[in-house]
Design a protein around this ligand. Structure first.
Ligand code: SF4
Length: 269
């Protein structure tokens, strides 16, 4: 059974589910309307994946502090991780697996907080399905793209302006990590640019650009940190998004949500 059919069946059974919305969601949905509508659909709780990204950032910063000489490559993007595994296996030791991806970190928080509930990741990425099923099967994460969700539940695509009504907000909410789906989101939200010098960091997206940076990383040991996302421009251009917006307009949507929705929550963490 594919993931969408699994979700339909779980909703029909009134299973206990937590929706984990990826930080690119403002490109596709209005907030807080989407939270109310997901709950009407049958989700018990709705949380931001940007919450888990805070743990990812803390772990990455800790790795850099623990070893001032260390060099590594970020691992939240499963397409990039798989690219390294197949095309550059000699770089596998540099992947920062000690830092969970935001999806995985959020699922761990959900499992700890909402006992008996299954985490459902809703986001822009198809390859997250493989990360969940191949790399972290024990977390039992169901992965659905925005596009898939809307194909089955068109009532979620509400173009009405957000009301900001009390009680409509996320059950767990984040702040600066909402910029994660854009180029350099991890570096800037995690303050990595304050730990390392600018010349020690490479921020890159798009597989052709990634190839150039990886060759540079191999040759130049002064490069200590590569922050990479496989889709051009980052997750805001992931394959699970359907939107007529340009990359710049998508960035604006994400930034606008980060700046203007700090306090609309029902049960903040
Ligand atoms: S950059 Fe693309 S492939 Fe990588 S996590 Fe984001 S949506 Fe998925």
């Amino acid at each position: 059974m594919n993931e969408l059919n699994q979700l339909r069946e779980l909703l029909r059974q009134k299973a206990k589910l937590v929706a984990m919305l990826a930080p690119s969601f403002p490109i596709m949905f209005n907030y807080p309307t989407i939270v109310s509508r997901l709950k009407q659909l049958g989700f018990g709780y709705v949380v931001e994946v940007a919450v888990g990204a805070e743990r990812t950032n803390a772990a990455v910063a800790q790795l850099l502090r623990d070893d001032p000489q260390t060099r590594f490559i970020t691992s939240p993007c499963p397409s990039f991780v798989r690219y390294i595994r197949t095309k550059h296996p000699e770089l596998i030791p540099y992947l920062a697996f000690k830092a969970d991806s935001p999806m995985v970190a959020t699922a761990r928080i959900v499992n700890q907080t909402y006992s008996g509930y299954r985490p459902v990741f809703i986001g822009p990425c198809i390859v997250k399905k493989r990360e969940a099923s191949e790399d972290y099967p024990q977390l039992n994460i169901l992965v659905i793209t925005y596009k898939e969700l809307l194909s089955s539940f068109p009532q979620l695509a509400d173009a009405a302006p957000a009301t900001g009504a009390a009680g409509d907000g996320f059950d767990m909410t984040a702040g600066i990590t909402r910029i994660y789906p854009m180029d350099g989101g991890l570096t800037f939200s995690g303050g990595i640019n304050a730990i390392l010098k600018e010349e020690e960091i490479r921020i890159v997206s798009g597989w052709k650009n990634i190839e150039i940076v990886l060759e540079e990383f191999k040759k130049d040991c002064s490069i200590r940190f590569v922050d990479a996302l496989f889709c051009d421009g980052g997750c805001i251009n992931g394959p699970g998004i359907t939107s007529p917006l340009t990359t710049e307009e998508r960035q604006q949507k994400v930034l606008q949500f980060q700046k203007t929705n700090q306090v609309v929550t029902s049960r903040s963490q």
